[in-house]
Design a protein around this ligand. Sequence first.
Ligand SMILES: NC(=O)c1ccc[n+]([C@@H]2O[C@H](COP(=O)([O-])OP(=O)(O)OC[C@H]3O[C@@H](n4cnc5c(N)ncnc54)[C@H](OP(=O)(O)O)[C@@H]3O)[C@@H](O)[C@H]2O)c1
Length: 437
Amino acid sequence: MPLPTQWGVFDVRAFEVASGHVYLALVHGDVRGQSGVLTRVHSECLTGDTLGSLRCDCGIQLRVALRAVTAQERGVLIYATGHEARGIGLLNKLRAYAKQDDGFDTLEANLALGLPVDARSYDDAASVLTSLGVLSVALLTNNPHKVRGLRDGGVDVVSVQPLPTAPHTRNLHYLRTKQRRLGHVEPTGAIVADGPADPAPPAVAIDTSSLMGDVHTHTDRPYVVVKFAQTVDGRIATATGDAKWISGEAERRISHGLRAACDAVLVGVGTVIQDDPQLTVRMVAGASPIRVVLDSTLRIPSTAKILEAEAPTRVVTTSRSPSVRREELQRRGVHVEIAKEGPRGVDLDAALASLRAAGVETLLVEGGAEVITSMLAGGVVDRIIVGVAPTIIGQGTEAVGPLGTATIAEGIHLVDRVVHVLDDDVLLAWNVQPHVG
Ligand SMILES: NC(=O)c1ccc[n+]([C@@H]2O[C@H](COP(=O)([O-])OP(=O)(O)OC[C@H]3O[C@@H](n4cnc5c(N)ncnc54)[C@H](OP(=O)(O)O)[C@@H]3O)[C@@H](O)[C@H]2O)c1
């Protein structure tokens, strides 16, 4: 029967398979008697697929696969129920998560619980493909065991297409473990690469972990990464406020990868008014972070794209903002936080503490100048990433305003440099040396 979805209409068929589970086949186009049918055998993952968990890559893979299938003339996605958590089930998955939080990796956690590392069989998926009359498949997977399992079940796998996702700091270790210990093929996508534009289509997933640095959690605030793009002469916008686009496409794609790596992304209301950014993840396969705006009097325009429903939004304001505007935002599903006032608007420590209390462990600060300056002046920045673009514009907005620095020695010092060259842009990242004194 037809199942209309946001990716298009599938012909959905249910199969009661030998293991006793009900599998769904979402069929796009005519697959009977066809060879090389783009196929995804997706293992059920309630937490990732349905609830958007960031502990795994399942939900993103599911969405990317559905999109890929409908982009072709024909294809099929088999939703394998009973495959939850590599077949150990939902309850055991949560038990394994508790073990992982104690330092076990995803394999060790299962073994410590007396469970198999992978209990899945692909025989049922193979028989569904046979019932659908598919002659051979181009399989979307990073998992060599899935390829082998389907082949053992009689499926003719003619090619394998990887399904990488941009890693989140919360699933990076898990994805690396799958790569290192289970042989998955580059599940995090390509590591940020140097050099000229690749003639191949741009990567759908980029591993930005070298830029993110050694992410460590704080108890009173998130791990803060400040990222901006500047011209060679140190401007993040022209004198009229224009900043679109200082950097090239490859560099902007990295910014999307950085967003996908973080729990939240933050800007000041000045950037919202000037640039009207969405701050979602669109250029890579990853989840959009929570968007945060510092706005002491709620100057944010009602039409701002950041208020739209694609991703959650939190606005941190003060008691100076009109209650009618707060209520308007809340009615639209925006979280409004009232923090105490600080010298530059919202008190930064209070804003960061409330984010941490809400579970935000990693925060990407994307500007603008006043917020970057506040963060640096407040000594709350762990990492700085600067894209330097091959443009000179003269007078304009400087990334960082006055910090009261009289001597070079008093400056904020950056260590452990990382450099990437992306087309004509240079991307630099450092740890901020903690102030001693
Ligand atoms: N090239 C890049 O990477 C990049 C990135 C982002 C932005 N930009 C550019 O930067 C310019 C915007 O810079 P901006 O400095 O006007 O905007 P901003 O830093 O995004 O916003 C500043 C405003 O945020 C509010 N705020 C609340 N609490 C604050 C706090 N603790 N510290 C600092 N600000 C706080 C203040 O307004 P209230 O007093 O009303 O609360 C303040 O005026 C635009 O031209 C934009 O294009 C460039």
